[in-house]
Design a protein around this ligand. Structure first.
Ligand code: IDP
Ligand code: MG
Length: 153
């Protein structure tokens, strides 16, 4: 089973949307294998958003991501990276399809509720960046057979 990495961004915390967003992932059938609150700093954000450091909006993005603590999590499921990216929607909330998290909760290209890994390779790197191995839990879901056919797992 694949794992992906998600951040509930500061705007999600201050707007009281943590339960709504987390509930969507759980109702979908994704398993939470790690979760914690953390205050991000400039050092880790420069690595996490290395592909954006030269963009003019980067200082604003840093400020936004450090505004409050965030919630970090690892979600597990078949094709979890792609499933969560589909649920997340386009980067700009104004362009994200209704029904996606950003499409339903965001009007902004920056304040867009969640980060989600964009490939299995980046998921692996991001999970290792933010979690120690002992913070990620391997446990059985008793109702697993209600989520997948035998040939899907
Ligand atoms: P993603 O979050 O959909 O993977 P990325 O291009 O990796 O999109 O950008 C990371 C984050 O940087 C976005 O989620 C958003 O918060 C911010 N961002 C990206 N592009 C813009 C922009 O044009 N203006 C402001 N913020 C942006
Ligand atoms: Mg990205």
């Amino acid at each position: 089973m694949e794992q992906t990495f998600v951040i509930l961004k500061p705007s999600t915390i201050v707007r009281g949307l943590v339960g709504d967003v987390l509930g969507r992932f759980q109702r979908k059938g994704l398993q939470i294998t790690a979760m914690k609150m953390a205050q991000l700093d400039e050092q880790i954000l420069r690595v996490h958003y290395a592909h954006l450091v030269d963009r003019p909006f980067f200082p604003d993005l840093m400020q936004s991501m450090m505004a409050t603590p965030v919630i970090l999590m690892v979600l597990k499921g078949k094709d979890a990276v792609e499933v969560v990216r589909t649920m997340t929607g386009a980067t700009n909330g104004r362009k994200a399809a209704p029904g996606t998290i950003r499409g339903d909760y965001s009007m902004s290209g920056q304040e867009n509720i969640v980060h989600a890994s964009d490939s299995p390779e980046s998921a692996k790197v991001e999970i290792e960046r933010f979690f120690k191995p002992e913070e990620i839990f391997d446990y059985a879901l008793p109702h697993f057979r209600n989520f997948y056919a035998p040939d899907e797992v």
